[in-house]
Write a protein that binds this ligand. Structure first.
Ligand SMILES: [Zn+2]
Length: 432
């Protein structure tokens, strides 16, 4: 049974703390939550996974705020590719006394023509059009250890709903305001299509003691929108739209609190948070080994998404790829904390082509048997090259001139079930 009186008391305390925060002129705290992460990949887009796009946009968005506002503290729930439970995200937000919580996600639908942005606030209306999104964004709880903690809240119990609505009332109006600003900015700044502001029972929003929204920055299942959102331009534009909406929200917040905030930047150009590198990218060279470890091997200490490249007798394990120095530093720290003390940042030229007949291929299978092209064993991979080496038949797929393309091919092969595959440099049809 829910005790309404207890909640009313809680609401009074919350209301009191909102007022006192504003009066003390403390820093405004925004918690930015990149959806998913680690083994929770989120939706699978045409060009990238939801967890990667969400993280990239979340970092850019927060970096813009940091570069332009001295009176705002930015907290990210995650800055790298790690798994977080939904309740951990809420805990981070509440522990930091957030004034605003923004969870960044990408949409996906089996109908690949679906497109546009939409923003959700927590709401329990019966006519919810958001069942699909709620189901998908809540589904991560099945990857969590204690699912039951979310089931304690029953959206069909009228008493629980009333208690929730009372609690949520303090934040709902502001949540709706920020949601509305974001959707308007997507239209006005980027010419994007908006599907509007909606309400749903979203676990990641429900227990936040602050105005909270979940923004779906577009459908990555859609060919055009998915390609755009995976591109540098698309991610930057999306982050700038979120930032513009934040500027307006913060102005209104300052006006309301009677605080002479930063009177921020309406006419000033946005200071770029950090200039992305041009013509080159940064990766983490995690380790070298004579052994090819499987992705679940303990030697990899739980790092997922490593790219393995055979260089001579060595297997080199790389992680990440970014055009931001700060992002690379962050990744390096994570990798070192995992115990890879020799890890370092390496520069790679973007789109550097191999010379002459050199090319990259992906080795996905080794066997003592000879298989013909299109064999069922290849799980649909065709134009497979077979090379005999040391009494074994090695099977290769793809033929790319740049490392970027080879990495895409590698992902494609891994998704066919060959999790253990890696990239090898070839001279024509011979491994180098
Ligand atoms: Zn999501």
């Amino acid at each position: 049974m829910i005790n309404i009186q207890k909640y009313l008391f809680f609401v009074m305390i919350l209301t009191f703390s909102i007022v006192s925060f504003a009066q003390k002129n403390q820093k405004f705290v925004i918690v930015i939550d990149a959806g998913h992460g680690g083994h929770d990949t989120g939706a699978r887009g045409v060009a990238d996974l939801e967890k990667n796009i969400a993280l990239d946009v979340a970092l850019r968005f927060g970096n813009l705020i940091q570069a332009n506002y001295k009176d705002v503290k930015v907290v990210w729930t995650r800055k790298t590719d790690v798994f977080l439970e939904l309740s951990e995200r809420t805990d981070i937000s509440n522990a930091n006394h957030a004034n605003l919580f923004v969870s960044v996600h990408c949409n996906s639908a089996s109908n690949t023509s679906a497109s546009g942005t939409e923003t959700f606030v927590m709401g329990l209306n019966k006519m919810s059009q958001t069942d699909d999104v709620s189901r998908r964004e809540n589904s991560v709880v099945f990857l969590e250890k204690d699912k039951e903690k979310y089931e304690k809240f029953n959206p069909n119990d009228p008493e629980a709903v009333i208690a929730f609505e009372i609690m949520n009332a303090a934040y709902k109006e502001q949540s709706l305001r920020f949601a509305d600003l974001m959707e308007k900015t997507f239209i006005n700044q980027e010419g994007r299509k908006s599907r509007g502001v909606k309400q749903g029972n979203l676990h990641v929003l429900r227990n936040n003691a602050s105005p909270s929204v979940l923004v779906e920055i577009g459908f990555i299942s859609n060919q055009d929108e998915g390609t755009y959102l995976a591109s540098e331009e698309g991610k930057q534009k999306a982050a700038e739209s979120l930032y513009k909406a934040f500027q307006e929200y913060k102005r209104e917040y300052d006006r309301r609190s009677g605080v002479d905030g930063q009177q921020s930047n309406e006419d000033k150009p946005i200071k770029v948070a950090e200039t992305p590198l041009v013509g080159k990218k940064l990766k983490i060279r995690v380790m070298d080994s004579k052994t090819k470890f499987s992705p679940t091997s303990p030697q990899l200490k739980g790092l997922t998404d490593l790219d393995v490249v055979q260089e001579g007798d060595n297997y080199v394990y790389y992680l990440g790829e970014t055009d931001l120095q700060s992002r690379a530093d962050e990744l390096l720290n994570t990798v070192k904390r995992k115990g890879f003390s020799k890890a370092k940042i390496v520069e790679v030229e973007s789109n550097k082509k191999l010379e002459g007949v050199q090319n990259y291929r992906v080795q996905f299978m080794t066997s003592n048997k000879k298989y013909r092209d299109k064999d069922d064993k290849f799980n649909g991979l065709t134009n497979v090259l077979r090379v005999k080496e040391g009494g074994l038949q090695k099977y290769y797929f793809g033929q790319d001139k740049t490392m970027e393309e080879a990495q895409k091919t590698l992902k494609q092969v891994q998704e066919k079930g060959f999790r253990n595959s890696f990239i090898v440099t070839f001279n024509g049809e011979n491994p180098m």
